[in-house]
Write a protein that binds this ligand. Structure first.
Ligand code: 5GP
Ligand code: MN
Length: 347
């Protein structure tokens, strides 16, 4: 049995909306990851089965390793089909906002979503949700939005309506947001849910291979290159990797090729914080990804030094400037957080 994470009042409220809604739009964050796509498609499969007209819209493209997911071909990319997407958003009865806590995370879609008269529900697990939805289902201690979607469907009484395809999507989101159940994954109910998803006939081993073991040769060579250039700060128990636009060109970089790189330095003994700096190809900006082990709050560091945020162990931010400036800023952060980084319990 699962414990009741989502408030009953929110379940009842959403169920009431659903009974009346015909047109539903599901939106998720820019540069969608496995949980953004998994939770969106998980909910999409379910609502389709309820006979609703449902569309998933995301701001831009998602990585190739998610393209096997059932329903992924139906996902609308806002940067390609803006007019059509705007019409769907404006005419929706309900908009479901999945896997983001702040309206700016849906980038260029934000004005359309904000101005739509649709009722809006947030289903998310990031800290400090902004107040742009009438129903807010926000549970930062839950490791994925996909898990919340599963919990929501079950609590509404529709476990039997979850299909194998829907289960595959939910499983993918749960798996990717926990690094294949290697972090944020000590809640035993996760494994109860996996057991329930397996009862739908999913092949979890095949899903793992499809997501994690289908990389291109150039991605693997890029990984080798990035790791060769890695800088380690033993006194701060931290490591830094980076990727410039020039290197991206050199290795025929395509979106998603560096997904997961930031986790690799954490496999070094005693390293509790990893930082990945990626130079943006369009804006004069560095995208920062941070990962930590144990109690080190990398979201606090991201907020304080990189105008960002996220979870305790996985966070990110941005810096308008050069790679060198971003590196210096990271080193300043390391100095400030040195005592915390050296706390005994961290690894
Ligand atoms: P990633 O490193 O995978 O891009 O991001 C990890 C997590 O950090 C995301 O799930 C999100 O919670 C958070 N995050 C990433 N970039 C930003 C950002 O620019 N601003 C904020 N507030 N959070 C971010
Ligand atoms: Mn997520």
């Amino acid at each position: 049995m699962l414990s009741k994470v989502i408030d009953q009042a929110n379940i009842d409220h959403f169920a009431k909306w659903m009974a009346r809604a015909e047109k539903i739009v599901i939106v998720s964050h820019i540069s969608p990851d496995g949980d953004a796509i998994g939770s969106s498609l998980g909910l999409w499969h379910f609502l389709n089965a309820q006979g609703k007209t449902v569309h998933v819209i995301v701001p831009n493209a998602f990585p190739d390793f998610l393209k096997w997911m059932p329903g992924s071909k139906e996902i609308l990319l806002y940067d390609r089909y803006r007019d059509f997407a705007n019409r769907l958003i404006a005419e929706a009865d309900v908009i479901c906002c999945l896997d983001f806590n702040a309206i700016h995370r849906i980038d260029a879609m934000a004005p359309a979503v904000q101005s739509s008269p649709a009722r809006k529900i947030l289903i998310d697990h990031h800290l400090y949700p902004e107040d742009f939805c009438q129903i807010i289902i926000s549970h930062p201690h839950i490791s994925s939005t996909s898990e919340l979607v599963f919990r929501l469907i079950c609590r509404m009484g529709y476990f039997n309506d979850i299909t194998k395809e829907g289960a595959e999507c939910i499983y993918t989101g749960m798996m990717t947001d926990t690094g294949g159940f290697t972090y944020n994954s000590n809640n035993r109910e996760i494994y109860f849910i996996i057991s329930e998803l397996l009862s739908k006939g999913i092949d979890k081993d095949a899903i793992y291979r499809k997501v994690f073991n289908t990389y291109s040769e150039s991605r693997l060579r890029l990984m080798g290159h990035v790791l060769t250039q890695m800088k380690v700060y033993p006194e701060h128990r931290a490591a830094l990797i980076s990727l410039t636009v020039k290197e991206q060109k050199q290795f025929n970089y395509i979106r998603g090729d560096s997904e997961g790189f930031v986790n690799i330095p954490l496999s070094i003994k005693n390293i509790v914080l990893s930082c990945f700096l990626r130079e943006d190809t369009e804006k004069p900006m560095i995208k920062i990804s941070l990962r930590s082990v144990g109690s080190f709050p990398c979201n606090q560091l991201a907020a304080e030094f990189f105008n960002g945020g996220g979870h305790l162990n996985a966070s990110g931010g941005e810096l308008y400037g050069t790679m060198e400036e971003a590196r210096q800023r990271f080193e300043q952060a390391l100095e400030k957080y040195k005592p915390l980084l050296n706390e005994k319990d961290a690894k």
